[in-house]
Design a protein. Structure first.
Length: 202
């Protein structure tokens, strides 16, 4: 038997081969999961940050193209977040995602319900529609009766972000959410005071 054969002999044994394959698989699976976790978290943080920039700009009376660009980038980050979650954790399976959403909801509320996943789908679809509408019409917010729907949509999205970061979030995620809503409250208060000071009746 050659020296090379003697060195390779343990590796080609069935149990040894299975062991090395398992080591290889576990190593790269762990790296993939870690990468998926980072991608999932970073993309949702970027999306929420973009949303906060747009809301702060709207509260200050802004309507320009820069806010529209931020709104588009926030949507892109949100879609990337969904893709990262389904790729890294749910095997691109709605059933797996639904079960995991129900489990996470049960940990917080005591009731295992997966309907929150459908809310995420709704947010994605409506956000796409809103971005397309803004680029086509150039109006933010929309005019006429559509304005009420638009305000309801943003109220719902704000509630989703608050629940996802402050209520369901843990550690840095929760404090990140708290900081964003405190800043938005301060911006809204400042805008209201400025409007009161410049009104004709003041």
């Amino acid at each position: 038997m050659s020296l090379l054969s003697s060195l390779l002999a343990p590796c080609i044994h069935q149990k040894s081969l299975a062991y090395f394959i398992q080591l290889f698989t576990d190593h790269y699976t762990m790296e993939f999961v870690d990468l998926a976790m980072v991608a999932t978290r970073v993309t949702i943080w970027l999306s929420v940050a973009g949303w906060a920039v747009v809301i702060a700009g709207l509260l200050r009376g802004g309507t320009g193209g820069r806010l529209r660009l931020w709104w588009t980038l926030a949507l892109a980050a949100y879609l990337a977040h969904i893709a990262a979650a389904f790729s890294g954790f749910y095997q691109w399976s709605h059933a797996v995602a639904f079960a995991e959403t129900a489990r996470q909801t049960g940990e917080v509320t005591g009731v295992e319900k997966g309907f929150g996943l459908w809310l995420n789908y709704f947010v994605a679809v409506f956000w796409v529609v809103d971005v397309v509408r803004w680029w086509r019409s150039g109006n933010i917010p929309p005019e006429g009766e559509a304005r009420k729907l638009w305000l309801s949509w943003h109220g719902f999205l704000g509630l989703m972000i608050f629940n996802g970061s402050v209520v369901f979030g843990r550690g840095p995620v929760r404090w990140f959410g708290v900081a964003i809503f405190v800043v938005l409250a301060a911006v809204a208060l400042h805008a209201r005071l400025a409007k009161t000071e410049t009104s004709p009746d003041s």
